[in-house]
Write a protein that binds this ligand. Structure first.
Ligand SMILES: Cc1cc2nc3c(=O)[nH]c(=O)nc-3n(C[C@H](O)[C@H](O)[C@H](O)COP(=O)(O)O)c2cc1C
Length: 186
């Protein structure tokens, strides 16, 4: 069994990226278990808060999930041609505590994203590259999941209705699961 942690970089109830994450869960290959980590409750990074109180509970929970799973799936919106601050803030917090290597070192990471625009978060996904490199994670580049015009691909309940996108999601997850399995030596 491959265990994957997954994070959506949007707090919005009707988030296209959270819908895409759900589609990833629904279309993951057999033998894959995806557990969702949350950004909810993570404060803005503040070094004084860290010194006074250590890591906030929501950060500890996220770090624990990432550390205890075999791979990480980041489903990232694109804001102003880069990643959203709320998601970068969460990863910045998760890199703290002196155990960044244990949490992120050698961790297989897949980055996907959805946008109502025509480029499907390509610039946001590219912006994650130097961050993941700095964390010591291993970004999987075997396939891309750039979901453009995403506002036309999900129904009102957030369920993926577009068959072509569903096939892309399936192929993306299958490829990433193979990569994780190989990396985890399973
Ligand atoms: C501050 C801000 C900046 C944005 N910049 C971009 C952008 O550069 N490229 C893009 O494709 N969409 C951009 N968008 C539109 C988002 O892709 C869109 O709001 C999307 O639905 C956000 O993801 P979510 O549905 O998961 O919350 C931006 C949205 C916001 C709020």
């Amino acid at each position: 069994m491959i265990r994957i942690a997954a994070i959506s970089g949007s707090l919005r109830k009707a988030s296209l990226n959270t819908s895409l994450l759900r589609a990833c869960i629904a279309n993951a290959p057999e033998g894959t278990e995806i557990s969702v980590g949350s950004l909810r409750g993570i404060p803005l990074y503040d070094g004084d808060l860290e010194t006074a109180e250590g890591l906030p509970p929501a950060v500890v929970a996220l770090k624990t999930l990432i550390r205890e799973t075999d791979g990480l799936l980041i489903v990232t919106p694109e804001y102003n041609n880069s990643m959203p601050g709320v998601l970068k803030n969460a990863i910045d917090w998760a890199s703290r505590g002196g155990d960044m290597k244990a949490v992120f070192g050698g961790k297989p990471v897949a980055v996907a994203g959805a946008s109502p625009g025509g480029f499907g978060t390509v610039l946001s996904q590219t912006a994650w590259l130097p961050v993941l490199k700095t964390l010591g994670a291993v970004q999987w580049s075997g396939a891309k999941l750039l979901v453009s015009r995403a506002d036309t691909l999900f129904d009102a309940a957030g369920k993926l209705t577009d068959e072509k996108t569903k096939e892309n999601v399936q192929a993306f997850l299958a490829g990433f699961a193979d990569f994780v399995r190989a990396g985890a030596g399973k």
